[in-house]
Design a protein. Structure first.
Length: 688
């Protein structure tokens, strides 16, 4: 091994003296170029924040674990592959991939692996290994050797918040002829450490009860004590019997061990057995007492409590999701994925990211180190970092690939596109695509604020964006084209279950309606374009729009709608991915909260597990006849609009005269409509 500084160390009694020019910068030959430099990119994580202090030079003999992230291929081609196995007209429908096939498809080209490996071998690096997800080359080497390789100098950096110290450099170089194969190298300019409030200080909310996409306790009304399984009282509270009757869902009679329904929870939303028991006894007697989900606890997550008061102190999301889903899927079982330690879940100024990335890490280990759009792994400052050494934190390492994904995952949480870096959204969306290739269906709520959304939780109300606050504010991740987004409907007071559903106006929150609109980050996908075209051809709103997407290049910035709208005066993006895809009941949904109490709650939080349960039931029937789970469903949904009750009443008006109407055909309020279970089953059972 050629290691000039080790030699120097021997000669000079332990003082590394090589390559030092101005502290932190090292000159490199003409054959090389700077690959990353702190503060060069606009990414905030590249500049040294006040929490870090640069200290002494890293000892030349210390061994550094080096990882070289290689540029991945096929990001663009992946969408076609997903369509090939999800388009109902395709002969390859339902032929899901294994995780190994997905890794292989996305792995860097052989050319990239060879070129970078050659460089390392030429420089005397030994024992280079290729990571499990094929995206990395890794080796261990003394700091002095890595410094010579990358024409850099490593310094210890001390994190004043967590007390952690780690090596990093201000810039490093790679040979010009292989630069395009390299995404980036660690240790490098990035500093990874447990997040702190300061780092995430620009993302805050104020009112815990008014958070997006979860039922608001403030909006809950006591369910009338007289309500029971009678279908004549559905107007006063939607019970499991009402929901099953409206969508013609017969009682379940199957349970395949591989087909539990998955539900995501976080944010101090706990379930408790007393609440479930009360609810089952009264409204769903076929579900035995003490039935409960299996908890998959991720990075210190907590899903269950035995304290009924604690279960509700922060909202009834988990109780709602479980009580809506069990009556529909029973005798099938439910698994709860509960993400992030209690310190992070309970942090008042938390969070727009909801733990989706740590959740995805836990169900797909390759995502932990997945590089796309110039981001590798979770984003420091937006996602939690483990171990979390702060009091109450999860002190283990980040959990990667520790749980299997269920076939269907229901997620009643979301934020807004406006709050996430573009690259962050695209990288995560690509992971939904990858899991779709493996047969997983992601079902997200479309939000509870019509075309508005909360950009910052320091505001108590949802807002629109842009210079005059007139541009609509799309929800995230509903705008990712590889998830199924669910809006909400209701049956107005005085009408019966035999009357048509309307686009939801949430009880006691008349300004809050079913979330919908068009993405600024993702274009309308092919499977949806006929539907959006038809909506614009027949029901174009009379206010202006724009037609542009955020720039193509990988972008660490937030989406800038002011730049997108330009001088058009436009209020929504005519070429963006439209959402929701479908809808389901989401108002006056009756839940049991323990101690014999029952409440009606509202929100797409309820609609989401209803739709997810229906897909779970369809999978149950397909598995029983030897077919695969349905996986990514959107192409089939849009190809068969007859599977839905078209909702043509109501709207999601907002943003000062903006918003949309529910109309014939797909609309950005209720999507294609609400499920006709027997027709859906018929269509999906007839697919290969
Ligand atoms: C259900 O509720 C309706 C209306 O309150 C009532 O007339 C009916 O008797 C109840 N049925 C049962 C079985 O309790
Ligand atoms: C919701 O339920 C309450 C209480 O049962 C009832 O008074 C109200 O009319 C219902 N609202 C709607 C929109 O159905
Ligand atoms: C249950 O939780 C509530 C709310 O945090 C708390 O006030 C109460 O003391 C807890 N009860 C028990 C028995 O732990
Ligand atoms: C939340 O953020 C605000 C504004 O930065 C700060 O004043 C407050 O102390 C924070 N609250 C908590 C619980 O961290
Ligand atoms: C985390 O774990 C390490 C090793 O087990 C231990 O030394 C340390 O005290 C723990 N820190 C906290 C905050 O629990
Ligand atoms: C869109 O409509 C055209 C014309 O009717 C049809 O040929 C095409 O198959 C449709 N595309 C999808 C994805 O449904
Ligand atoms: C990654 O970012 C660097 C600058 O930080 C840029 O030069 C490069 O083009 C980006 N890579 C991709 C694939 O966009
Ligand atoms: C957004 O774009 C507008 C118009 O191009 C520009 O003036 C503004 O500085 C941009 N905002 C940010 C945060 O980049
Ligand atoms: C939107 O729907 C509500 C009822 O859900 C209705 O009161 C309102 O007038 C409608 N707004 C428009 C602009 O049609």
């Amino acid at each position: 091994m050629r290691c000039p500084c080790l030699h120097a160390l021997a000669l000079w009694g332990g003082f590394p003296v090589l390559f030092i020019t101005v502290a932190g910068t090292v000159s490199a030959p003409d054959t090389h170029t700077i690959h990353e430099r702190r503060g060069l990119s606009s990414s905030s994580q590249s500049s040294l924040s006040s929490r870090w202090t640069k200290r002494s030079r890293v000892d030349g003999t210390s061994i550094l674990p080096v990882r070289i992230g290689l540029t991945q291929s096929n990001l663009e081609a992946a969408q076609d592959q997903l369509l090939r196995i999800s388009d109902p007209a395709s002969p390859d429908y339902g032929k899901h991939w294994t995780s190994e096939q997905v890794i292989e498809f996305f792995q860097p080209s052989t050319e990239a692996i060879d070129a970078v490996t050659h460089w390392l071998v030429d420089e005397g690096i030994e024992k280079v290994t290729h990571s499990d997800n094929k995206a990395w080359l890794a080796f261990d080497a003394p700091a002095c050797l890595v410094e010579a390789l990358l024409h850099t100098e490593y310094y210890e950096h001390f994190d004043t918040v967590s007390g952690v110290a780690m090596p990093a450099c201000d810039e490093y170089h790679v040979p010009k002829h292989i630069q395009h194969h390299i995404d980036y190298i660690t240790p490098g300019v990035k500093l990874m450490a447990p997040m702190d409030m300061e780092a995430r200080g620009h993302m805050k909310y104020k009112s815990r009860v008014k958070r997006i996409d979860r039922p608001s306790m403030a909006a809950a009304t006591a369910a009338p004590v007289s309500a029971n399984n009678s279908l004549t009282t559905c107007g006063a509270g939607m019970t499991p019997a009402c929901i099953a009757a409206i969508y013609s869902i017969p009682p379940g009679d199957k349970s395949d061990a591989s087909n539990s329904l998955g539900i995501f929870e976080t944010d101090l939303q706990f379930w408790d057995q007393a609440a479930l028991n009360d609810f089952f006894a009264r409204y769903s007697p076929q579900v035995p007492q003490d039935t409960h989900p299996t908890d998959y606890l991720i990075d210190g997550g907590v899903a269950k409590t035995s304290n009924v008061s604690l279960a509700l102190i922060d909202g009834p999301e988990a109780v709602l999701d479980i009580e809506v889903a069990y009556p529909l899927v029973w005798p099938q079982q439910i698994k709860i994925y509960d993400a992030d330690d209690i310190r992070i879940q309970s942090w008042y100024n938390d969070t727009w990211s909801w733990g989706f990335n740590t959740f995805l890490d836990a169900i797909d280990g390759s995502y932990c180190t997945y590089t796309a759009y110039n981001e590798t792994g979770d984003l420091v400052g937006l996602d939690p970092t483990y171990p979390d050494p702060l009091p109450g934190g999860y002190n283990g390492t980040l959990q990667c690939g520790v749980f299997e994904p269920t076939n269907v995952i229901s997620i009643s949480y979301g934020g807004t596109e406006a709050a996430f870096p573009i690259a962050y959204q695209k990288r995560q969306c690509n992971e939904y695509l990858k899991l779709g290739l493996q047969g997983v269906t992601f079902v997200f709520g479309s939000g509870d604020n019509g075309v508005a959304e909360r950009v910052s939780f320091t505001e108590s109300d949802a807002t629109c964006i842009g210079p005059e606050g007139l541009i609509f504010n799309p929800s995230w991740p509903s705008t990712c084209p590889y998830v199924t987004s669910v809006g909400a409907t209701y049956i107005p007071t005085g009408q019966t279950i035999y009357d048509p559903e309307w686009a939801a106006v949430f009880a006691n929150e008349p300004e809050e309606t079913s979330g919908g609109g068009f993405s600024n980050v993702f274009g309308a996908p092919e499977y949806q374009r006929n539907a959006t075209d038809r909506f614009f051809a027949t029901h174009s709103p009379d206010y202006p729009y724009y037609s542009s997407l955020v720039p193509e290049e990988n972008n660490p910035a937030l989406p800038n709608v002011t730049a997108l709208a330009g001088s058009t005066g436009g209020r929504y993006n005519r070429i963006g991915r439209g959402y929701p895809d479908v809808s389901a009941l989401g108002n006056n949904i009756t839940i049991g909260i323990g101690k014999g109490e029952f409440l009606n709650v509202a929100g797409t939080s309820a609609s989401t597990p209803i739709f997810a349960s229906i897909i779970n039931r369809i999978n149950e029937e397909r598995l029983a006849v030897g077919k695969t789970a349905v996986g990514f469903v959107n192409p089939t949904l849009y190809a068969h609009p007859q599977m839905f009750n078209d909702i043509t009443k109501g709207n999601n008006t907002g943003c000062d005269g903006g918003g949309f109407n529910a109309v014939q055909g797909w609309d950005p309020v209720t999507g294609l409509g609400t499920p006709k279970y027997p027709r859906m089953l018929d269509v999906f059972l007839n697919l290969p």
